[in-house]
Structures are given as structure tokens and as C-alpha cells.
Design a protein. Structure first.
Length: 94
């Protein structure tokens, strides 16, 4: 998965160190900390929100600017949907 912000000229913050750490076979820890786990997805959402803010600050109201904001919004919604699914899976683990 691409872990860089989607907009041009956007800052990239390093992915948190907890992502991909060993989880000792505990499925609940994998859901939280694994690759594409809840914590990574929340970090990605934070990055996308920063890009959305930047996009809106420099927006000229053009169709291209609106399309970019809508794309970022769509990406965030997808991440939130995956977080919801993972948390439901976690609920079944505990």
C-alpha cells in the first residue's frame, strides 16, 4: 500500500514504528497493530485529513480542486470503513 500523501507537494510523516511489530500470534494485537491494522489506518486518516486541509486552504473553487477534495474524502471514508470492520472483528476476539 502507498503510505505517502496523495497530493502533490504534500509532506510525508514517517509511518509509526508500531506498525508491523510482531504480535506473538494474538489476533487482537494483529487487528490493532498489524499491517493495515486499526492503528495504521488511523494514522493514514490523519495524513489524509492534513492533505484535505491543505487542499481546502489553497482551493480556488475550480472543478479540479473540488475533485481533489472529493477524492481525499472518498479515501478517508474507505479507511474509516476498514477501521469499523477491524473493530468489529476485534470485538469478536475479546
Amino acid at each position: 500500500m502507498d503510505k505517502s500523501p496523495s497530493g502533490p507537494g504534500q509532506q510525508t510523516h514517517p509511518i509509526p514504528t508500531f506498525v508491523g511489530e510482531p504480535y506473538d500470534g494474538n489476533p487482537a494485537i494483529e487487528i490493532l497493530r498489524g499491517d493495515q491494522g486499526v492503528l495504521e489506518l488511523l494514522w493514514l486518516i490523519e495524513q489524509e485529513l492534513g492533505m484535505l486541509r491543505e487542499s481546502l486552504l489553497v482551493s480556488d473553487g475550480s472543478n479540479a480542486a473540488l475533485a481533489e477534495a472529493n477524492q481525499i474524502r472518498s479515501t478517508i471514508r474507505g479507511y474509516l470503513s476498514r477501521v469499523r470492520t477491524l473493530l468489529q472483528n476485534l470485538d469478536h476476539q475479546i
